[in-house]
Design a protein around this ligand. Structure first.
Ligand code: MN
Length: 718
C-alpha cells in the first residue's frame, strides 16, 4: 500500500508546483468516504483509488488528475456528492470526477444495451477532458490486476472482454502503448488462459535452448553502435504472450513459426541519428524484406514516431528493432499522457478545450490506416461505423456504407432535403460515394433541390430514408391526384357526364376516405376505379352499359400489377417500376431477393436490375437519369431464384455427398454443379442453387462453411 507521504513524494518528484495540501486533503477525504467498504480481495476499498493514483504518478500526471483518481469512486459508491467535491477541491476536479463517474455508469449499463451506442456515449463523456479517460484507464488497469479476486466466472469474463474490446484499443488509440499491452495481457490471461499458458511454455523452451538471449543481443547491438561512434541506448524484451498470440492469429501461422519473439529498441538523440542507426544496423545485418516502416516521416495518427525494421540479427536470430529518439519514446510509451503532464497543467488555458478535442478527433480519425485501428478486430463495433467531420470539425458518426446524403441528413433535415453535391476532403464527389473514416464532408445545398427518389438506393441511415420516403409519398400523392382526376374525367365522360369535384359530395366517406383529394389519389393509385366512383355518384347507372374503355385505361395506368387468382401478386417481385416496362436481371451480379438493388434503364431492353455494389454501375455513374429506384416486393417473392456459389472442397471420400447433404438440409436445390478444377487435395466446384432469397443463401453458405470437408465457400459474382 502506498502511504500518504509516498504519494505526495511521488508527485513532488516530477512536479515542483504540486498542491500538497489539496493532495493530502483528497487522501483523507477519500479514505473517510470509503470508510469500511471492502474490495472483493477483502482489502479496504480505499486501497483501490490509492493504487489508481499511484499508477497515474508513473505517467507524471498533474495534481488534479491524481486527486481525481483518489476521489474517482466516491460519487458512485459513497454518500459524497458532486457539490461537496466542488466545494472541497474546486470545479476542475469536480468536473473530472463527474466525467469518470459518468464513464463508470455507462460501463454498468453496457452489459445489456447496444455496445456501439454506449461506446459513442463513452467518447462523448471523455471528450470533455481527456484526463477523464486517463483516470478511467488507470482504474481499469488496477481492476484488471485484481480481477482474480472476483468470484463470478461470468463477471470476470465480461470485464476481461470489455477491457480487450474497448479499453485496450482506446489506450492504444491515445498512444499509451505500455498500458495497452498490460491490459491486453491481463484480459488474455482471463479469456484464453490455455493459449497463454502454452505460449509461456514455448517461450520457456526457447529460453532454455538459448534462443532467446536478450542480454547477449543487446550487448552486440550496443557494441555495433559504439563502433560507429553513435550514442545510443539499446534495450530489449521478450514480447508479451498476447502480442505473440495475436501475430499467430493474424498471420494464420502456428506458434512454431513465430520467429520474432524479441523486440529491441535503439534510443538516440535526434531524428538524423535514427536514420544513421538504421544504416548501421542494415549494413551489419541482413534485413528482412518488407518489414521496414518509417513512422518518423509519416507518424501514426496517435502521434507515434519510430523507424521499424526486422533483421537477421546476432546469433542468426530474427529480431524486430524500433529506432527512435528519447522524446519519441516518451510519446510512444505514454501517448496522450506525455502531453498532459504537470508542465502543461500549468498552462491550462492553452488548448484545454481545443487541443484535447483535436486529440480526440485524432483518436477517431483512423483514416490514415483503418487496418491499424482495427488490427485487433476487437473494436468490431467500429467496423460498421464511420466517423466523419463537418468543415467546422464536428464529428458525425454514421453507419458503415453511409453516403454524403446520410451525412447531410445527420447534420440537419433541411441540409439533407436540399443537398445537390458534396465535397469530400475538398474534392467534389458523387452523392452516392461511400464515406470513409476521417473524411471531411462539405455539403453543397440549393434552395431549388428536393429529395430525389434515387437517393433511396444508396442511403443507409433511417433518418435519411424516412425523409426521402416522406417526400416521395407527398409527391407521389400529388401525381396520383392528378392522374386520378384524369381517370375520373374519362370515366364520367364515358357515360356522358362531366366530372366536377363538387359532384363528389360525401362520396369519399363511402370509400372511407377523408377528402376529395384522397379519393382522387386512391383512384390514381388504382385502389378504386373511376367506374366505382361514378357509380357512387350516380347510383342508378349501375345496370347501364359498363365503361369497358375506362376499365382498360385504369389497367394501363395502374401502377400496381394485376393480382393473380389466389390474390397473390405474381410475376416480377420488384417494386418501383414504371408499369409495363420490361425487366431483366443483370448476369454480372445476379441479384437475389434481399440484395440491395437498383434499376438501370437500358434502351430497348427496359430495366436491368443490378445489385447496388455491382461494379458495372460505375459506367452509369454520370447518367443519373438512367437510374431508377427499385426494391423487392416481399409479397411477390414466391419463387426460387438461381444463385451461384464457388467452393473449395477437400478431395476425399464422401466429401461430395456431404456437400449435397448440407445443401439439401438447408432446403436448397442444386440445379447445376460443375467441378472446375481438381487436384490431389481439393476440388474447385461451382454450384447453382435455387434459393428463396439472400438470407436463405447466406444460411446455406454458413452451413457449408461449418462443414469440415469444405474449405471455402463464396457467392459467385459475374
Ligand atoms: Mn474504480
Amino acid at each position: 500500500m502506498i502511504r500518504q507521504f509516498e504519494l505526495v513524494e511521488a508527485v513532488k518528484s516530477y512536479d515542483r508546483m504540486v498542491d500538497e495540501d489539496a493532495l493530502n486533503r483528497a487522501y483523507v477525504f477519500a479514505m473517510k468516504a470509503h470508510g469500511n467498504q471492502k474490495r472483493a480481495s477483502g482489502d479496504p476499498y480505499f486501497l483501490h483509488p490509492l493504487e489508481v493514483a499511484g499508477i497515474l504518478t508513473e505517467y507524471k500526471l498533474d495534481t488534479s488528475s491524481i486527486i481525481t483518481a483518489l476521489l474517482h469512486d466516491t460519487i458512485e459508491d459513497t454518500d459524497v456528492t458532486s457539490a461537496e467535491v466542488n466545494e472541497q477541491f474546486g470545479e476542475e476536479v469536480a468536473q473530472l470526477v463527474d466525467g469518470v463517474t459518468k464513464l463508470t455508469q455507462i460501463e454498468l449499463q453496457s452489459q445489456q444495451s447496444d455496445q456501439a451506442e454506449n461506446f459513442r456515449k463513452l467518447l462523448l463523456a471523455m471528450s470533455e477532458d481527456i484526463r477523464v479517460l486517463l483516470v478511467k484507464l488507470a482504474d481499469r488497469l488496477h481492476n484488471m490486476r485484481t480481477l482474480g479476486y472476483i468470484k463470478s466466472n461470468d463477471k470476470r469474463r465480461r470485464i476481461a472482454s470489455e477491457t480487450m474490446e474497448i479499453y485496450a484499443p482506446l489506450a492504444e488509440r491515445i498512444g499509451m502503448q505500455e498500458l495497452k499491452n498490460e491490459l491486453e495481457d491481463l484480459s488474455f490471461a482471463e479469456l484464453n488462459a490455455e493459449a497463454r499458458g502454452s505460449i509461456i511454455q514455448r517461450l520457456q523452451f526457447l529460453r532454455d535452448q538459448g534462443r532467446d538471449n536478450v542480454e547477449a543481443i543487446i550487448a552486440e547491438l550496443t557494441e555495433t553502435m559504439r563502433a560507429e561512434k553513435l550514442r545510443a541506448a539499446v534495450n530489449g524484451r521478450e514480447k508479451l504472450p498476447y502480442s505473440i498470440w495475436r501475430k499467430t492469429q493474424r498471420k494464420k501461422i502456428s506458434f512454431e513459426q513465430v520467429a520474432d519473439i524479441m523486440a529491441f529498441r535503439v534510443l538516440v538523440e535526434s531524428a538524423e541519428d535514427c536514420y544513421r542507426a538504421l544504416g548501421i544496423i542494415h549494413s551489419a545485418y541482413s534485413s528482412v524484406p518488407g518489414r521496414f516502416k518509417d513512422y518518423i516521416s509519416t507518424p501514426k495518427s496517435n502521434g507515434y514516431q519510430s523507424l521499424h525494421t526486422a533483421v537477421i540479427g546476432p546469433a542468426k536470430q530474427r529480431i524486430e528493432i524500433q529506432i527512435r529518439t528519447h522524446d519519441m519514446h516518451e510519446v510512444a510509451e505514454l501517448g496522450v499522457a506525455a502531453h498532459w503532464q504537470y508542465k502543461h497543467g500549468l498552462d491550462r488555458n492553452h488548448g484545454h478545450d481545443y487541443r484535447w478535442l483535436r486529440e480526440l478527433l485524432d483518436i477517431l480519425d483512423h483514416a490514415a490506416s483503418p487496418d491499424d485501428f482495427l488490427e485487433h478486430t476487437k473494436l468490431e463495433m467500429f467496423a460498421d461505423q464511420v466517423f466523419c467531420f463537418t468543415p467546422a470539425g464536428e464529428v458525425i458518426a454514421l453507419p458503415g456504407g453511409a453516403t454524403p446524403v446520410d451525412f447531410a441528413y445527420a447534420v440537419h433535415s433541411e441540409v439533407g432535403d436540399t443537398c445537390v453535391g458534396a465535397k469530400i476532403n475538398g474534392r467534389s464527389t458523387p452523392l452516392r460515394t461511400e464515406l470513409e473514416n476521417g473524411d471531411q464532408v462539405e455539403i453543397i445545398t440549393s434552395g431549388a433541390q428536393t429529395p430525389s427518389p434515387m437517393w433511396e438506393n444508396f442511403v443507409v441511415t433511417g433518418k435519411a430514408r424516412a425523409r426521402i420516403r416522406r417526400f416521395i409519398r407527398l409527391r407521389q400523392k400529388e401525381e396520383y391526384m392528378s392522374l386520378g382526376r384524369a381517370i375520373l374525367e374519362r370515366a364520367f365522360a364515358a357515360e356522358d357526364y362531366a366530372f366536377n369535384e363538387a359532384l363528389l359530395g360525401d362520396v369519399p366517406t363511402v370509400f372511407a376516405l377523408a377528402s376529395a383529394d384522397d379519393l382522387a389519389a386512391a383512384v390514381g393509385a388504382g385502389e378504386i376505379t373511376g367506374r366505382q366512383v361514378l357509380e357512387a355518384v350516380y347510383p342508378g347507372i349501375k345496370d347501364a352499359r359498363r365503361g369497358g374503355k375506362v376499365i382498360q385505361l385504369v389497367k394501363a395506368m395502374n401502377p400496381r400489377r394485376p393480382k393473380k387468382a389466389d390474390g397473390k401478386d405474381g410475376g416480377i417481385p420488384i417494386k418501383g417500376l414504371i408499369p409495363g416496362m420490361a425487366l431483366h436481371f443483370a448476369a454480372c451480379c445476379n441479384a437475389l431477393p434481399g440484395d440491395r438493388i437498383v434499376g438501370i434503364i437500358t434502351k430497348g431492353r427496359g430495366v436491368t436490375i443490378h445489385t447496388i455494389d455491382c461494379e458495372i454501375l460505375e459506367e452509369f455513374s454520370d447518367m443519373e437519369e438512367r437510374w431508377i429506384d427499385v426494391s423487392w416486393d416481399a409479397d411477390a417473392i414466391d419463387e426460387y431464384h438461381g444463385a451461384r456459389v464457388e467452393l473449395v472442397v477437400t478431395n476425399e471420400t464422401g466429401s461430395l455427398g456431404e456437400l449435397s447433404t448440407v445443401i439439401a438440409r438447408g432446403d436448397g436445390n442444386i440445379s447445376n454443379l460443375k467441378i472446375t478444377n481438381r487436384t490431389a487435395e481439393f476440388f474447385d466446384i461451382m454450384i447453382d442453387i435455387q434459393v428463396r432469397d439472400v438470407k436463405h443463401l447466406t444460411n446455406i453458405i454458413a452451413a457449408l462453411r461449418a462443414s469440415p470437408v469444405i474449405n471455402s465457400v463464396e457467392r459467385a459474382r459475374g
